[in-house]
Design a protein around this ligand. Structure first.
Ligand code: ZN
Ligand code: ZN
Length: 270
């Protein structure tokens, strides 16, 4: 079975430092067949002029160079992680059409308060406020699933990473909360991501979104499943890939979904 990682960042992302070559070396060491470079592009922040956005021209130069150097040894997919991809569909289309992407990830980092959960200090919020942010997050996530032109919806339990467990007790994991999200994904043929970062952050013992929620996605008819480490360091490439495979099997999946030029290719789970 193919080993891959469809969610990785390098120095082109504001929050990572690794070079693409370091990723390639790690991929060889770990026996990966392929990985996708999916640097951050926070659509709302860039379009509103609050962030300048990643240097995609520089990324492309490095990508071409490394594709040549590692040809026949590891495949590097051209990807992107678009944060808040529903913010402006015209801008999103322009961004996606500018290059021939293999895979487009869609994420929700910023809640209704316009601030990335990554930056927020939970101590500045009451439990009720945190709870409201969670509910608002799920509504926004469903909107992304319904409207954005993406191939994979990533880390759907993202806020859980940054709000301590004792403060997130009010985050409802009631399956009905996830139904609108999953129904939209299924209807539109968008894959759900098994994201392993929450394990490294010590907030989950299995990949996001966990067995119960994954089983629910399956029961609703979900069949497309991607795996991503969300590595910001080369050492984390494909971290807990085997755990993600086990989780997929436990939830009743028989295939994973791989990507080429935004086309889905089913890979049998073995
Ligand atoms: Zn993300
Ligand atoms: Zn990411």
């Amino acid at each position: 079975m193919k080993r891959f990682d469809y969610h990785t960042h390098n120095h082109i992302s504001f929050d990572a430092k690794a070079t693409l070559q370091e990723h390639c070396e790690a991929a060889l060491q770990k026996g990966l067949d392929e990985f996708a470079l999916t640097n951050h592009y926070e659509l709302d922040m860039v379009e509103s002029g609050k962030e300048k956005g990643p240097d995609l021209a520089l990324e492309e130069i490095e990508l071409q160079e490394m594709r040549e150097r590692y040809a026949g040894r590891v495949t590097i997919l051209r990807g992107i992680e678009i944060g808040q991809p529903d913010y402006d569909s015209v801008a999103a289309k322009k961004l996606i059409d500018a290059r021939e992407y293999d895979i487009v990830l869609g994420s929700l980092h910023n809640g209704l308060h316009g601030l990335d959960f990554y930056y927020m200090n939970p101590d500045e919020y009451t439990n009720a406020q945190l709870c409201n942010l969670w509910e608002a997050y799920l509504v926004l996530l469903a909107k992304i699933a319904r409207t954005a032109d993406i191939d994979v919806l990533t880390h759907i339990l993202y806020p859980v990473r940054y709000v301590p467990l004792e403060r997130s007790a009010c985050f409802s994991m009631d399956l009905s909360r996830f139904e609108p999200i999953f129904k939209a994904l299924i209807e539109r043929g968008i894959a759900l991501e098994l994201n392993t970062a929450a394990i490294r952050k010590g907030v989950m013992t299995v990949p996001d979104p966990g067995l119960k929620i994954l089983k629910f996605y399956r029961a609703l008819g979900g069949e497309y499943l991607s795996i991503g480490s969300d590595a910001h360091f080369a050492r984390d490439l494909a971290a807990n890939f085997d755990d993600a495979v086990e989780l997929a099997k436990a939830a009743g999946f028989t295939h994973l979904t791989t990507f080429r030029k935004r086309q889905k290719i089913m890979e049998a789970l073995k």
